[in-house]
Design a protein around this ligand. Structure first.
Ligand code: UD1
Ligand code: MG
Length: 464
């Protein structure tokens, strides 16, 4: 088969429990930047455009399958007998002659740019693997090289001598070899080692004995091929990920108050000259226009914020579309389905849900606006509540332009308020208010003349 004809298939190993995590959650489902470790690996595999991705699952297989959003072929490894055994489970589903790339579900930061040279090096029947130099190689597999520098094999930490443990070049676990090679070598590996497991790493010495060329490609940045085996490594990797994510935001023209105190858990697209203050968290798909200011402790999830939007501290924006020059917070909560047109102001302790506010409208303090639509230049007073829920169904509130809703108004939906209407403070409004009308819906005030304030002292028992 010609080199360029050889289809690529990826095998991702994700069947292990991850004992060292000490967790009820399978290791590969622990989140890194808000996504399961395995999701990162599967996304990278998909970026290589292979003809198939096989994910080997075993420990809590159902849970793993459900947690990962991917178009992959799931393979079950019923007993976790080692990484070599895991790859063997996928082999019956791989096309004859394909090039097979093995990735580990617990090595999540590897990039397509790092993998492509490894794939190229293995085309035509050679074996290629990615290695890295670590100053503290801990319990990783060590690369054994001969006098001429060629790779001779991999020795696992638990099986290594003191001299071998002093080697700093480690095995990332990432390996590429043609399907016939894996068929042959994996059928020959034995669990004759300290862990009694079928090691994938033993394939290397067999390939060498067979006369195959073994290409060891050193990862340009060792942190890319770091594996997660415990929670300390996970926390370190989260920081590595965040350092890169914030670095790429800064490269896009975003300023940050402290590069170690912004977290990105998704995809962020940002215009020039945004400023992110400390402890900002961006989740899911976030789009920021130019000159957006996010104050301390702001969380933005799956939302888009237009040019010049200012978000004051401790505001949460989720599933919302915010047009240019709006001002939000401090302490505001924009929920799913909020749409703000230009220059809207949402102040402290205001919550919105499935609500549209037209250009220039304001709800400056303490309000709940749910399932509502407000036109332009409305003013919503403090304490206004749209009563959108009758205990069974949700109902809409439709408000025109230039409406003034007085303080502490209760708007009982379904309700329509026409443009230019005025709601007197403290009103409970249950029926349509037409354009230009004043609605007053409250008990009349009574002032009682000659009223005498009770004197508490009169009722107190006399002291003995
Ligand atoms: C493995 C390598 C080691 C390498 C390190 C890199 C072997 C024998 N050792 O060690 O050389 O330096 O990764 O991170 O390969 N898995 C299965 N089925 C199994 C066992 C494991 O699917 O039966 C999966 C795990 O879910 C995990 C991956 O394979 O995603 C690696 O397993 P792990 O136990 O973490 O191997 P390491 O000890 O890290
Ligand atoms: Mg590991």
């Amino acid at each position: 088969m010609k080199k360029f004809d050889q289809p690529l298939e990826v095998v991702v190993l994700a069947a292990g429990q991850g004992t060292r995590m000490n967790s009820a959650l399978p290791k590969v489902l622990h989140p890194l930047a808000g996504k399961p470790l395995l999701q990162h690996v599967v996304n990278t595999a998909a970026a290589l455009a292979p003809s198939a991705i096989h994910v080997v699952v075993g420990h809590k297989a159902d849970q793993v399958r459900q947690a990962v959003d991917a178009d992959v072929h799931w393979v079950e490894q019923l007993a976790q007998l080692g990484t070599g055994h895991a790859v063997q489970q996928a082999l019956p589903f791989i096309a004859e002659g394909a090039l097979v790339l093995v990735l580990y579900g617990d090595v999540p930061l590897v990039t397509a740019a790092c993998l492509n040279p490894c794939i190229q090096a293995a085309r035509g029947g050679d074996l290629a693997l990615i290695t890295a130099d670590f100053s503290d190689p801990a319990e990783l597999g060590r690369i054994q090289r001969g006098g001429d520098g060629s790779i001779q094999g991999i020795v696992e930490y638990r099986d290594a001598s003191e001299k071998q443990r002093a080697i700093c070049e480690i095995n990332s676990g990432i390996m590429a070899l043609s399907q016939p090679g894996f068929m042959d070598y994996l059928s020959r590996i034995k669990p004759a080692n300290a862990q009694g497991e079928f090691y994938l790493t033993d394939v290397v010495a067999l390939a060498v004995a067979d006369g195959l060329a073994v290409h060891g490609l050193k990862a340009e940045s060792p942190e890319e091929v770091m594996g997660i085996n415990d929670r300390a490594q996970l926390a370190t990797m989260e920081r590595t990920y965040q350092r890169r994510a914030v670095g790429s935001l800064m490269a896009q023209g975003v300023s940050v108050a402290d590069a170690t105190r912004v977290d990105v858990r998704g995809t962020v697209e940002a215009g020039q000259d945004c400023f992110l203050d400390v402890n900002v968290v961006l989740e899911g798909q976030v789009r920021l226009g130019r000159n957006v200011y996010l104050g301390p402790g702001v969380v933005v999830r799956d939302s888009s914020l237009g040019d010049g939007v200012r978000v004051e501290p401790h505001t949460v924006v989720e599933g919302s579309q915010v047009a240019a020059n709006c001002v939000l917070g401090p302490f505001a909560h924009l929920r799913q389905g909020t749409r703000l047109e230009e220059a809207v102001k949402i102040g402290n302790f205001v919550e919105t849900k499935k609500t549209v506010l037209g250009r220039g409208s304001k709800a400056n303090h303490l309000a709940y606006l749910g399932d509502a639509s407000l036109g332009e230049d409305c003013n919503v007073g403090a304490g206004t509540i749209t009563c959108n829920y009758d205990g069974i169904n949700k109902h809409p509130t439709v408000i025109g332009n230039d409406v003034f809703v007085g303080t502490n108004s209760t708007l009982v939906a379904p309700l329509e308020i026409g443009s230019g209407a005025f709601i007197a403070a403290g009103s409970t409004v249950t029926t349509t208010v037409k354009s230009g009308e004043l609605a007053v819906g409250r008990g009349r005030q009574r002032n009682i003349k000659g009223w005498v304030r009770p004197d508490q002292r009169k009722n107190e028992p006399e002291s003995k």
